[in-house]
Design a binder for this molecule. Structure first.
Ligand code: NAP
Length: 319
């Protein structure tokens, strides 16, 4: 019997490819650049399963052509690149990769918080540029992390993991979520407050909600105006959750002190983007879950989801 076809839109861990090859003919897009839209649409026509990255838009246009498609396995926990209702309407399974990336992403969020609060990138640039001519008491003075108040917007899997790290830094933890998280409260002493209270009281704000219609542009002029002039804003969610013009205004007018950004409205962010010109911005190229081990685990989980569905079983991490 002919094996089903699986399209893998980027080169991923060999274990994941091997797992898929046991059950399917596997077509891997091996180039460095994301698969061009037209090629994706063509290849989708023949695919029973797609192992997709967040760079691929899985929408009506694609689904209308992908008549054989049974499953889209996104190699990410966020799935704002996928039209979930459209997939559901066609009976196509959609899966993501929760849990396996939680700790790596929390590490990155905390690293970005520290790098921004303690001006690590700016300080490194200063030294490498040969500007370090004398020690001074105010040289690259940043903000205390230990003992500061941390506000987590979106206390989910990653938010809770950030809170656990913050506990080790003696931080007071506030969070904003639609639902209460009693276990996280017990474990980390976190207190649930309104978004406004969180923004008014926090020294560090970390944004970790999914991008949904409700969270789109969640952080705008008003929200930044509630923050303290000494505060640091960190975004590790998706670029769409932040009004970048409002953030630029907040940073350049001294409304907030600094920002650390792993995600942008447009990715890759253009190098002439106004936010990148600000000295108080630490910018990263969307590397939240980017460790070798975690990316391999994400690929294996996505592949296992496809293998399960093609074998007629339910997916492991269905959305
Ligand atoms: P999760 O467990 O689903 O947590 C998300 C949290 O956000 C939930 O606790 C949810 O709680 C809260 N939330 C949702 N809508 C909200 C709203 N309107 N207002 C306030 N809180 C809201 O997801 P996760 O695994 O922690 O991942 C979170 C997000 O991080 C992903 O969706 C993804 O976009 C992003 N991420 C980024 C990277 C990166 O590389 N930068 C890596 C991994 C993940 P309630 O439903 O109770 O409100």
């Amino acid at each position: 019997m002919k094996k089903p076809n699986v399209l893998v839109t980027r080169q991923v861990a060999s274990e994941a490819i091997a797992l898929l090859q046991e059950v399917a003919e596997v077509d891997v897009w091996t180039q460095d650049e994301p698969i061009p839209r037209q090629r994706l649409l063509e290849k989708a026509e023949n695919a029973d399963g797609i192992l997709a990255m967040l760079t691929e838009r899985i929408d009506e246009e694609l689904l209308a052509r992908a008549k054989r498609l049974q499953i889209v396995a996104n190699m990410a926990v966020g799935y704002d690149n996928i039209d979930l209702p459209a997939c559901k309407a066609r009976g196509i399974h959609v899966t993501n990769t929760p849990d396996v990336l939680t700790e790596a992403t929390a590490d990155l969020a905390f690293a970005l918080l520290m790098a921004t609060g303690r001006r690590l990138i700016e300080a490194n640039r200063f030294l490498m540029n040969g500007e370090w001519t004398a020690w001074s008491p105010s040289l690259m003075a940043g903000k205390n992390v230990y003992g500061a108040t941390l506000g987590i917007i979106g206390m989910g899997r990653i938010g809770e993991a950030v809170a656990r790290r913050a506990k080790g830094f003696g931080m007071k933890i506030l969070y904003h979520n639609r639902s209460q998280k009693p276990q996280a409260e017990a474990e980390t002493g976190a207190v649930r407050v309104s978004l406004e209270a969180l923004l008014r009281e926090s020294d560090f704000v970390v944004l970790l909600t999914p991008l949904t219609e409700e969270t789109r542009l969640l952080m705008g002029d008003q929200q930044f105006s509630w923050m303290k002039p000494t505060s640091v804003f960190i975004n590790v969610s998706r670029g769409g959750t932040v009004d970048e013009a409002a953030l630029h205004w907040a940073l350049s007018s001294g409304k907030i002190w600094a920002a650390g950004l792993d995600v942008f409205q447009q990715e890759p962010v253009p190098v002439d983007h106004p936010l990148l010109a600000l000295p108080n911005v630490v910018a990263l190229p969307h590397i939240g879950s980017a460790t070798e081990q975690t990316r391999a685990e994400m690929a294996k989980l996505a592949a296992a989801n496809i293998a399960a569905v093609l074998a007629g079983k339910g997916p492991l991490t269905a959305l």
